[in-house]
Design a protein around this ligand. Structure first.
Ligand code: 5AD
Length: 537
């Protein structure tokens, strides 16, 4: 019963949420899970920020630019609030974790903060922030701080971190989820690249139990998902150590993770079973398990890989299993050994090339992509030249190229001067983009005349024109009623092709369609569907 003196919540049930996501795929997944979690509690979602009762920014800290975007959104909200807008504002994700609770004091328009490892607590934080009476700062902020850095608490961290993934909503009608989904297999990172903020915002590396991962994949597949991308900061570093817990009658109980979190004492204090030796599930084992146990998943991918940790077992699993995409996103970052060392990447350019050679020996058609940072501390013209040389040798299908952005809390900002002038960074960035465009165009050209399997994502009226400046109608002789679709090959090459009409286009979205490649540009392949939508998978 509600007592007479209980203050009424500021905003009633049926509250609407505006959620904006910045940054990486890990954030996209976190946002999807947050959306599912809050929807199950009765929240609705709106794309109109001004109409929302709750505004959440799921933030990224990898570069200053990503944080600047959030700060500018916060600036606008501060004005709205001053003008009387009643809205609860939450900063969630990496920027919250990096800034710490102090951020609320500096930006009073923020009502709550939640780090990426604490997102299961978000509903409670929103509730607290909505209360009309004063709520302690501690009840509006959930951050990990330094907790996961201490091994003694890894087990607890593992349990907490799993909660959000385990709470994922599955729609048996296949409605909301779509046909492509992310599944997290590891959180955090232990690499400590000197430029990178991730170990400080997402904490130490924690691996999810394989059975939970396979189960999540199965449930997604049963909901209609046909493409799964496994996510981790260094996804191929995945390894799960099981101690097998058995009950006294010999039945297998929980699997035990690195922190032995699942092996819990029962209520009278004694343990449920005994630890009977250790087994491990490697990343290659995990890939094979998902491939074999979830055949409805027609495409299995994973990002982001760390070149140094690539055992041949993983490459063989990729080559052997037909539904695992032969695609690797393995950031190089720099082609100069001196810079790689300063970055603490743990490999030399020669070792990176060895990895590429091994991958291509086992999978001749493997598609390689990566990330490069230009203008890292002390990067000379010679260092930059080495990066260009390596790009030409590897022939990546594409690279994301970033200008170095010093991040608070990292080793690089403390130890090395950010001494490459902005104009030089910009110049190197442009030069590398141009070089990569040439290489990408060559890689794409090799597909002309071949047939590729395209996972169709969306209707795409403008992409073709943007890619090469030639009017698509003129280029491909399309009839004006035709609709352009866009999707990706197994090797992640963006492919556009035309559908007869809108109905045919809509039937193909979310399916895998065979496409004959007729032309190519630096960004995309153009082609024609070779089988009717109905016959496609
Ligand atoms: N400055 C610029 N780029 C960065 N990245 C990570 N940290 C920084 C930084 N401080 C890039 C790396 C990484 C990608 C996700 O972002 O290339 O692979």
């Amino acid at each position: 019963m509600i007592k007479a003196d209980t203050p009424t919540p500021k905003i009633d049930l049926g509250r609407s949420v505006y959620l904006e996501t910045f940054g990486c795929q890990m954030n996209e997944l976190d946002s999807e899970l947050v959306r599912g979690h809050l929807s199950a509690l009765g929240y609705t979602f709106t794309t109109d920020q001004l109409a929302a009762d709750v505004v959440l920014f799921n933030t990224c800290s990898v570069r200053q630019q990503a944080e600047n975007k959030v700060l500018s959104r916060l600036g606008i909200i501060a004005v709205n609030k001053r003008e009387g807008a009643e809205v609860v504002v939450g900063v969630i994700g990496c920027m919250a974790e990096r800034e710490g609770a102090d951020m609320i004091k500096r930006y009073p328009q923020i009502d709550l903060m939640c780090g990426p490892g604490e997102l299961d607590k978000l509903p409670m934080l929103i509730d607290n922030a909505m209360k009309t009476q004063a709520v302690e700062l501690a009840d509006r902020v959930a951050l990990q701080g330094n907790r996961t850095r201490r091994t003694a608490t890894l087990a607890a961290a593992e349990d907490n971190l799993q909660l959000l993934d385990l709470s994922r909503a599955f729609d048996p009608e296949g409605g909301q989820l779509g046909r492509s989904a992310y599944v997290r297999i590891t959180r955090g990172c232990n690499k400590y690249c000197t430029y990178c903020v991730v170990p400080y915002t997402r904490g130490a590396e924690v691996h999810r139990p394989p059975t939970d991962i396979v189960d999540e994949c199965k449930r997604l597949a049963d909901s209609g998902v046909i493409e799964i991308t496994l996510l981790g900061q260094t996804v191929n570093h995945y390894v799960y150590t099981h101690g097998v817990a058995v009950s006294l009658d010999g039945r297998e109980l929980d699997q035990v993770g690195p922190g032995a979190a699942a092996f819990k004492a029962n209520s009278n204090g004694s343990s449920k079973g005994v630890i009977k030796g250790n087994r491990t599930t490697s990343f290659a084992d995990l890939l094979r398990r998902i491939h074999d146990e979830v055949p409805k998943v027609l495409r299995l991918r994973f990002v982001t890989s760390y070149a140094r940790d690539f055992g041949e077992d993983i490459l063989h699993a990729m080559a052997d299993c037909e539904r695992i995409c032969e695609y690797l996103h393995a950031p190089l970052q720099s082609g100069s050994d001196r810079v790689l060392k300063l970055m603490n990447r743990g490999y030399t350019s020669g070792e990176y090339l060895d990895f590429v050679e091994r991958a291509r020996a086992i999978m001749p058609d493997v598609s390689l992509a990566g990330d490069i940072i230009v203008g890292f501390s002390g990067e000379t013209d010679e260092d930059f030249q080495l990066t260009k040389d390596l790009l030409k040798r590897v022939r990546f299908k594409n690279n994301f190229i970033f200008k170095y952005s010093p991040r608070p809390g990292t080793t690089a900002i403390d130890r090395f001067a950010d001494d490459v002038p902005e104009v030089v960074k910009r110049q190197r960035n442009n030069e590398l983009l141009a070089l990569q465009a040439e290489i990408s165009a060559e890689v794409h050209r090799e597909f002309v005349g071949k047939e590729v399997a395209v996972f169709v994502e969306k209707i795409s009226p403008h992409e073709l024109k943007q890619s090469n400046g030639i009017d698509p109608q003129v280029q491909l002789g399309w009839e004006s009623s035709r609709i352009q679709l866009s999707g990706r090959t197994g090797g992640d090459l963006i492919t556009v092709f035309d559908a007869k009409d809108e109905k045919a286009a809509n039937e193909m979205i979310g399916r895998i369609v065979r496409v004959k490649v007729t032309a190519s540009g630096p960004l995309i392949l153009h082609g024609k569907a070779v089988i009717a939508a109905k016959a496609a998978i």
